[in-house]
Design a protein around this ligand. Structure first.
Ligand code: SF4
Ligand code: SF4
Length: 181
C-alpha cells in the first residue's frame, strides 16, 4: 500500500558551520572523553568500568533482593544431584526437546534405582552452541538442570567445551555453595 503524501516527512541535513567543517572541535571533544576514561581507569576512580581480571572477578551476577533471588545472568550449566548424591535428571527429554540451539543430547537408560524409571546414561551440552536462553532450566520438571553464574571456563578444543555428565555434575559440586538455590 502506498504511503500518503501527508505522512511523508522530508528531512534535510542542516549545513555545517565553519567550525564544524574543520572537525577539530569534535576531535578535541572526543579526545577529552577518551582521556577522562583513561584517567578513571588508571586511578580506579569512581566511575571506572575497568576490572583487573582475573585478580578481580564479578561476583554480583546473582543478586538477592528482599529475600528473593533476582537473577540477571545465565552462565554455564550444571546437573544437580539429589540428597543421595545421584544425578537428579530422570531423562524425560524435555530439555533437548525445547532447546532452540539443539545443543543438549541425552541418552536415556533404565534406571538402576527403584524411585525412577529412567536416568541419563549420557548427557551432553555443547556450550559453544548454547545461547544461554535458560529454557532448559525452565522446562525441567525435577529441577535437575540449572544455569550457574560461572562464565570463564576455557577449552583448547571444541570437544572440551562439550560438557558431559561427569563434567556437569562436577560443576554442581564446585558451585553448590556459591549460588542460592
Ligand atoms: S540455555 Fe537455551 S540454548 Fe542453552 S542448552 Fe539451555 S535451552 Fe539450549
Ligand atoms: S528436563 Fe530435566 S529431567 Fe528432563 S532430561 Fe532435561 S535435565 Fe533431565
Amino acid at each position: 500500500m502506498a504511503i500518503p503524501e501527508r505522512d511523508i516527512k522530508v528531512l534535510s541535513v542542516p549545513p555545517m558551520t565553519r567550525a564544524e567543517s574543520l572537525y577539530l572541535p569534535e576531535v578535541f571533544k572526543g579526545m577529552g572523553t577518551t582521556l577522562r576514561h583513561l584517567f578513571h581507569a588508571f586511578g580506579h576512580g569512581k566511575g571506572s568500568r575497568t576490572m583487573q581480571y582475573p585478580e578481580q572477578r564479578r561476583e554480583d551476577l546473582a543478586v538477592v533482593e528482599g529475600g528473593m533471588e533476582k537473577r540477571n545472568f545465565r552462565g554455564f550449566h550444571r546437573l544437580n544431584r539429589d540428597e543421595q548424591g545421584r544425578v537428579k535428571c530422570v531423562a524425560c527429554m524435555m530439555c533437548p526437546t525445547i532447546c532452540p540451539a539443539r545443543c543438549i543430547h541425552v541418552q536415556a537408560g533404565e534406571s538402576p534405582w527403584d524411585d525412577r524409571e529412567k536416568y541419563p546414561v549420557k548427557f551432553e551440552i555443547d556450550e559453544l552452541r548454547c545461547i544461554f536462553c535458560g529454557m532448559c532450566e525452565e522446562a525441567c520438571p525435577v529441577d535437575a538442570i540449572e544455569l550457574t553464574t560461572e562464565y570463564d571456563f576455557v577449552g583448547r578444543s571444541r570437544q572440551e567445551m562439550v560438557f558431559d555428565k561427569e563434567k556437569l555434575l562436577h560443576v554442581y559440586d564446585v558451585t553448590i555453595n556459591k549460588k542460592p538455590m
